[in-house]
Design a protein around this ligand. Structure first.
Ligand SMILES: Cc1cc2nc3c(=O)[nH]c(=O)nc-3n(C[C@H](O)[C@H](O)[C@H](O)COP(=O)(O)O)c2cc1C
Length: 322
C-alpha cells in the first residue's frame, strides 16, 4: 500500500482503466471488482478477464467471492498466478444473487464456514490476504467485533469494515464509531470504509478511528481527484477546484484506456454511465445528459463534450486557469 487511501472494490466500476485513473490521482491501493471463485475455478474466460492488471496500478488486490473453501483457495491461487499482489475475500456483499449462494455478507451468519474459507485460502496464499466485511447481517446480528477477531485468528493480514449492516444496503449512515471501536481491539491493520465524499471527511475518519487506511467507494466515481485532494489537505495545502480543461482531458484519457481495454463501442457505452458521474453538480447538464445516449464512438464523444463544455465555459465563471 503506497499510502493510506484505498479505492474500494466496486462491481461494474473498478475495471483496469478506472483503477489506472484513480491510481494516477493518488489511490494507494486498488481492488478488482468482486470476482466469482466458481467462475475462476472453471476457467471461464469472462471471469478470468477481471484479473487483467497492469504494472502502473500495482499493488493490485483481487477480490474474490464464494462459499466453498476449496474453490476459494483455488481461485486465490489463480489470482496470484495471474499477477495479483494481494487477495481480498468478500464477506460483506449484501446483493441477493451473492448472499443466496451463502457468499458475501451471508458468511457473517456462518462464521465457522467463513473461518474455513480464510484458513483454506491462507494455506495457498503467501501474499497479503485481506477480508472485507460489514457491521453484521442486521442490527440483531451485529457481530463485526467477534467476526473480525476470527479473521485475525485465522491468519488474515488486514481487514476492511464498511460500517453498515448488510440489511441496510446503502441506507442510513456508516457507523464510524464502530470502525474506531474495532480498530482499538484488533492487532492487524484495519481499513475503515463508508460515506467519504469530501477530503476533510477522510481526515476526520482517520483521526476519529485511528484506522490504518481509509477506503473510498462512491465518492470517487466521477471525482477521482478526491484522492489527490485528501493527500493535499493532509499536507496543509489549499484545495483548488478542478478546472474544466483538466476534467475534459481526464475524461478523454479515461475513454482511451477503456478503448484499449474493451474496444471503441463498449468503451462508449461504459463512458455514457461515467459521464453522468463526471458531470454531476456541473451546471446546464440536462441537455447534456440527454445527449449522452448518442455516444457510440470517439467522434460523438468529442462532439458532445465539446458542445457541453464550451457552453458551461461561456455561462459560468468556473476558473479554468488552474
Ligand atoms: C456500484 C457498487 C458496486 C460495489 N461492488 C462491490 C464489490 O464488488 N465488492 C465489495 O466488497 N464491495 C462492493 N461495493 C461496496 C463498496 O466497496 C463500499 O464498501 C461501499 O460503497 C461503501 O463505501 P462508500 O460509502 O465510500 O461508497 C460496491 C458498491 C457500489 C456502490
Amino acid at each position: 500500500m503506497q499510502n493510506w487511501l484505498v479505492m474500494a472494490p466496486m462491481a461494474g466500476i473498478t475495471n483496469l482503466p478506472f483503477r489506472l485513473m484513480v491510481k494516477k490521482l493518488g489511490a494507494g491501493l486498488v481492488f478488482s471488482e468482486m470476482i466469482s471463485s466458481v467462475g475462476l475455478s472453471r476457467k471461464h474466460q469472462k471471469t478470468l478477464a477481471y484479473l487483467k492488471s497492469a504494472p502502473a496500478e500495482k499493488p493490485f488486490s483481487a477480490q474474490i467471492f464464494g462459499s466453498n473453501p476449496g474453490t476459494m483457495a483455488q481461485a486465490a491461487q489463480i489470482a496470484i498466478d495471474a499477477g495479483a499482489d494481494m487477495v481480498d475475500l468478500n464477506m460483506g456483499c449484501p446483493v441477493k444473487k451473492v448472499v443466496k449462494t451463502g457468499s458475501g455478507a451471508a458468511l457473517m451468519r456462518t462464521p465457522k464456514l467463513a473461518a474455513e474459507i480464510i484458513r483454506a485460502v491462507r494455506q495457498v496464499c503467501a501474499s497479503p490476504l485481506t477480508v472485507k466485511i460489514r457491521a453484521g447481517w442486521s442490527a440483531n446480528e451485529a457481530n463485526a467485533s467477534e467476526f473480525a477477531q476470527m479473521i485475525q485468528d485465522c491468519g488474515a493480514d488486514a481487514l476492511t469494515l464498511h460500517g453498515r449492516f448488510a440489511g441496510q444496503g446503502f441506507t442510513g449512515k456508516a457507523d464510524w464509531d464502530l470502525i474506531a471501536d474495532l480498530k482499538s481491539k484488533l492487532k492487524i491493520p484495519l481499513i475503515g470504509n463508508g460515506d467519504i465524499t469530501q477530503p476533510a471527511m477522510a481526515l476526520a475518519l482517520k483521526k476519529r478511528s485511528n484506522c490504518d487506511g481509509i477506503m473510498i467507494g462512491r465518492g470517487a466515481i466521477g471525482n477521482p481527484w478526491l484522492f489527490d485532494q485528501i493527500l493535499a489537505l493532509e499536507q496543509g495545502l489549499s484545495l483548488t477546484p478542478i478546472s474544466l480543461s483538466k476534467r475534459k482531458a481526464f475524461i478523454l484519457e479515461h475513454f482511451h484506456l477503456l478503448w484499449d481495454f474493451m474496444g471503441e463501442y463498449k468503451a462508449s457505452l461504459n463512458m455514457r454511465g461515467l459521464l453522468l458521474w463526471y458531470t454531476k453538480g456541473l451546471p446546464h447538464s440536462n441537455q447534456f445528459r440527454e445527449s449522452i445516449s448518442r455516444i457510440k464512438n470517439l467522434d460523438s464523444l468529442l462532439k458532445i463534450m465539446e458542445d457541453y463544455f464550451s457552453e458551461i465555459d461561456q455561462h459560468t465563471r468556473i476558473s479554468d486557469s488552474v
